[in-house]
Design a protein around this ligand. Structure first.
Ligand code: NAD
Length: 433
């Protein structure tokens, strides 16, 4: 099939690469000409495990192309996938739809023949109707259907999740569009559930899923706080809870709060929609409040540990919002660092993948190290803020030699298994003493 994908970000690019690998002819469109130039020259613009290899292979096979021209990308497409950003509105925190609506208006000019327009972006309930109106108004002759195809990939695992999705959700009221999408997802029909639902249900499934996962994270974070105060151990509690199949053992790792480009914005957008439709979403609202506060509480934990040390130096491992990605959007690490800077802390930071992105935000306010060990040199405390595997494998004896004062605030519980207290560190983790 011929597929045009609008937006070559963390969703659009892996989707394009994946669909090309399945044998489709894919053109990825982006209005960011610099990005398109880089992609055309064979440079992957985001870090995702396994992406580069498939990207290069499919460019070579002529299955994957890039363009800044909407016309070129849409003209012959059977399916046009919208994967542009839906960031939070700066004031109301509802999903800001300006990129979606601009893309819909632009693509409408070039659709030819029957075309399925599918939204992979996370969009509020009713957006499909709105896109339909925009396309019809812009091009009254267009023969098309609008389908909701929410994306559930996890950053850091985008390629894996493309080929091994837990489920595929398709929101459409059109039989004709259903047939096209069935053909598109034929390679998945024997290995995953493909759920066809009303378009508005599909739009809601994405928000309801992300809000639920955010609540699960916040729940275990609150349990961790409780365990610290009561003397229980949140690891044991999470294990005991997770063995119940109704609860499940995933998303029960306590930490510095959820972040990233999805959970914060999608919980806020869902809360906004609740108000708009007059439906009480008190659990989601409490989750948002609690998670916002958590970043401040975590910064205070770090500051507290060095409060009696003059000219203290804080070493930070981890800037990305999670491991496996260079994405720092709404990263708890970046938000904690921001609060440390506001408290005049002296910081040296390191991340295996997110240094370039972080530099653009942190500028000269921190020092940058080129390795884990360089970061901790003469530091008084090591704060671990992202769960990169290598952090958990570090050599404590080497750390001890390099640090000025041997304190660790481990907000990801990466070193607990190495018993740092036994090695002479003041060690603070989450949810147990
Ligand atoms: P992103 O910001 O990384 O990428 C969006 C891209 O769209 C940018 O490259 C931008 O230049 C381009 N763009 C914007 N308007 C355009 C237009 N009119 N024409 C052509 N290109 C245009 O965003 P992302 O992280 O890929 O997220 C995209 C959507 O997918 C969002 O709605 C997000 O909520 C949703 N989503 C994201 C994830 C994730 O893990 N990042 C997961 C599931 C769903």
């Amino acid at each position: 099939m011929k597929i045009g994908i609008i937006g070559t970000g963390y969703v659009g690019l892996p989707t394009g690469v994946g669909l090309a690998e399945l044998g489709n002819e894919v053109i990825c469109i982006d209005k960011d000409e610099e990005k398109i130039r880089a992609l055309k020259s064979g440079k992957v613009t985001i870090f995702e495990d396994g992406l580069e290899e498939l990207f290069l292979k499919n460019i070579q096979n002529n299955k994957l192309k890039f363009t800044a021209s909407m016309e070129e990308g849409v003209r012959d497409a059977d399916v046009v996938i919208i994967a542009v950003g839906t960031p939070p509105h700066p004031v109301t925190k509802e999903a800001d739809m300006k990129y979606i609506y601009a893309a819909a208006e632009e693509l409408a000019k070039y659709v030819s023949g029957y075309t399925v327009v599918a939204t992979k972006s996370t969009v509020p309930v009713g957006t499909g109707d709105e896109i339909e109106n925009i396309i019809r108004k812009t091009n009254s002759k267009a023969d098309f259907d609008v389908v909701s195809l929410p994306e559930f990939l996890r950053e850091g695992f985008a390629v894996h999740d493309f080929f091994e999705p837990d489920r595929i959700v398709v929101g459409t009221n059109s039989q004709r569009a259903s047939e096209v999408i069935k053909k598109l997802y034929k390679p998945f029909e024997d290995k995953t559930d493909i759920l066809f639902v009303k378009r508005k249900s599909s739009e809601t499934i994405k928000y309801a899923s992300n809000a639920f996962l955010a609540m699960k994270i916040h729940y275990i974070n609150e349990m961790a706080d409780f365990c610290e105060k009561s003397g229980a151990d949140v690891f044991e509690v999470a294990k005991g809870m997770g063995l119940d199949k109704r609860i499940g053992n995933r998303f029960l790792n306590p930490g510095p709060g959820y972040g990233g480009s999805c959970f914060p914005k999608d919980t806020n957008a869902m809360a906004y929609m609740g108000k708009k439709y007059g439906a009480q979403l008190s659990l989601i609202e409490a989750t948002i409040r609690g998670n916002d506060l958590r970043k401040t509480q975590m910064a205070l934990r770090i500051l507290n540990v060095v409060k009696n040390i003059k000219n203290s130096k804080i070493a930070v491992w981890g800037l990305a919002f999670k491991n496996g990605t260079d994405d720092i959007r709404e990263s708890p690490a970046m938000q904690i660092i921001d609060q440390l800077i506001k408290n005049n802390a002296k910081l040296c930071v390191y991340d295996p993948k997110a240094m370039d992105n972080a530099r653009k935000i942190l500028g000269n306010n921190v020092e940058y190290a080129s390795s884990m060990f360089e970061t901790v040199k003469d530091a008084d405390v090591l704060a671990i803020l992202t769960e990169w595997e290598e952090f958990g494998e570090t050599d404590l004896a080497e750390l001890k030699k390099l640090m000025r004062t041997t304190k660790i605030v481990d907000l990801r519980n990466m070193l607990k298994h190495k018993y740092p207290k036994k090695e002479g560190f003041d060690y603070y983790c989450i949810g147990s003493n």
